[in-house]
Design a protein around this ligand. Structure first.
Ligand code: UDP
Length: 245
């Protein structure tokens, strides 16, 4: 049975990384198309302002806490999430399954050339992986049908969508009925990191729930957006103590 923690009305899966990889395998074997998203506090907060986004996240087949803020929120409501499961780490762990299982991947998103570089790195690290197609994430509305045709023609098990959040979640939701894949995952900036174009926070920051601080230092223009992190924690707290319905 799926065990979730409801954070601001959005059910987040309460899984360890190992459990998340098991659920990924389970979803691969289940008929139909499935969605996996890994929201951080910013996206959870955006979903409070956008009911459509809240519905999209709530309908996911696996929703994992990418940020320390979401895990902190679960502690505030005293229904602890086991751990933070970052999308980047989950994706890498799914790639590792390729030594035992034949899973095909399509890489969609990122600037031209980035997904190719990412795929090369992944192929080197996982020689058995089956990458069946690649497409950058910059396109006009009238190119969309062609992209979907390209994806469907390569018949991937897993479609990785790296258009940034929440654009990728909305794109998957809008198109999933015409996509031929078993699982779609919103992977944000994963290809940039794999291609060496962006760096993840050092382990110290990751372990101490301070990835946001590192990001603020590296990308200070995100400051306004990042105010959603304290807003999110305040809102969760206010609801917990009954100051807000
Ligand atoms: N991206 C894309 N198409 C777009 C906008 C963004 O493929 O129209 C890619 C971008 O190149 C980057 C990724 O989406 O690789 C994540 O973008 P961003 O850093 O803005 O999103 P976040 O990290 O906040 O999810």
């Amino acid at each position: 049975m799926r065990r979730t923690v409801k954070i601001l009305d959005i059910p987040v899966d309460n899984l360890t990384m190992e459990g998340a990889v098991e659920r990924f395998k389970y979803l691969l074997g289940e008929p139909g198309i499935h969605t996996i998203y890994t929201p951080n506090a910013e996206i959870m907060m955006a979903a409070q302002r956008e009911p459509d986004l809240k519905a999209i996240l709530s309908e996911a087949d696996m929703l994992l806490p990418d940020g320390a803020g979401v895990v902190l929120a679960s502690k505030i409501i005293r229904d602890n999430l086991k751990e933070r499961v970052a999308g980047y780490d989950l994706t890498l762990n799914c790639f590792k399954l390729s030594s035992k299982m034949n899973i095909s991947y399509f890489f969609f998103g990122g600037k031209p050339g980035v997904a190719e570089e990412a795929a090369k790195k992944v192929q080197t690290e996982n020689p058995d992986i089956n990458i069946v197609g690649i497409r950058n994430g910059y396109f006009s509305a009238d190119e969309e049908s062609n992209i979907i045709e390209q994806i469907n023609a390569s018949n991937p098990d897993v479609l990785l969508v790296a258009l940034g959040a929440p654009r990728q979640e909305k794109w998957i939701y809008k198109n999933k009925h015409r996509l031929n894949a078993k699982i779609c995952i919103g992977v944000g900036g994963t290809f940039d990191v794999l291609a060496g174009r962006a760096k993840r926070a050092p382990v110290f920051f990751q372990k101490n729930g301070l990835e946001w601080l590192y990001r603020l230092y590296k990308e200070p223009w995100r400051f306004i957006r990042m105010l959603d992190l304290p807003r999110f924690i305040l809102l969760v707290t206010a609801k917990k103590v009954g100051l807000k319905k």
